[in-house]
Write a protein that binds this ligand. Structure first.
Ligand code: ADP
Ligand code: MG
Length: 240
């Protein structure tokens, strides 16, 4: 029992450390990327004609930096270095922030996002973690559209639970792929990390939620997340 406590304290320290590192590393990555781009362009326009392989090196370096950024995004977009707070969250507000981040991405990659969120839904959890989990799911849906289609998000209360649906008209998955979701490094994308859903599943579990998927190849995918409603958790706490 004692060693369990130590283990979770260590996990807490590790995740706080990871959050600080992510914040610190993102900036130099961006700066380096910008400099490489300038150097690459200078070399292209300069009188001295650059070799094809030299141009490739710049592009390769930029691609690798982008890859590092994607890993940080899948893991730690919203990670906050301070202690994790569990508070009552209003889903409509959380999703407003998520939309702010996802809509530009959808515009860039093609595909539409439609969010239908009643104002009254509340759950207990950590805001940064919840947003990270939802972003990873919606990002997958947008990527599955491969340029055109729609991602629909809606939610409602059902007895003591809040239920969130994220449905896309993307390329879908067969049973074997569905069974492997959340497995670290399982990815079918050339630039995927295969870490997004692993992180998402862990967060949902920590927030006492569950997630299930329905999918059909060539038709689309629907994720359904269930969290205990905040109202119910508080009532319960009062009873105890
Ligand atoms: P990544 O997105 O980096 O590949 P994820 O853990 O987020 O890693 O997803 C793992 C894999 O699951 C994806 O590569 C994709 O094949 C599949 N997948 C996840 N979500 C969807 C979806 N909405 N539609 C189709 N395939 C999906
Ligand atoms: Mg992903």
């Amino acid at each position: 029992y004692n060693s369990e406590i130590q283990r979770s304290e260590k996990m807490e320290i590790i995740s706080q450390l990871a959050a600080s590192v992510a914040h610190e590393v993102r900036n130099p990555l961006q700066v380096t990327r910008g400099l490489l781009q300038i150097l690459g362009e200078k070399n292209n326009n300069g009188s001295r004609s650059s070799t094809v392989s030299e141009e490739n090196y710049y592009q390769l370096a930029i691609d690798e930096l982008d890859r590092a950024s994607v890993i940080i995004t899948d893991f730690l977009t919203f990670a906050k270095p301070q202690m994790e707070q569990i508070v009552e969250l209003n889903l409509a507000e959380e999703f407003k922030h998520v939309e702010g981040i996802i809509v530009p991405l959808a515009n860039l990659q093609g595909g539409k996002l439609e969010v239908n969120m009643p104002r009254s839904l509340r759950i207990m959890g950590n805001s940064s973690k919840l947003k990270q989990a939802i972003i990873n799911l919606i990002k997958n849906s947008i990527e599955a559209l491969e340029g055109s289609g729609i991602v629909r998000v809606w939610a409602y209360e059902e007895r003591e639970h809040v239920v969130i649906h994220i449905a896309d008209s993307g390329n879908g998955m067969d049973e074997q792929m569905l069974a492997r979701l959340g497995e670290p490094y399982f990815s079918n994308k050339s630039k995927g990390t295969g870490l997004g859903l692993m992180v998402t599943f862990r967060i949902i579990e920590l927030m006492k939620g569950t997630i299930t998927f329905k999918s059909e190849l060539g038709v689309g995918t629907e994720a359904m997340i269930r969290f205990p409603a905040a109202r119910y958790m508080q009532t319960n706490a009062k009873v105890i």
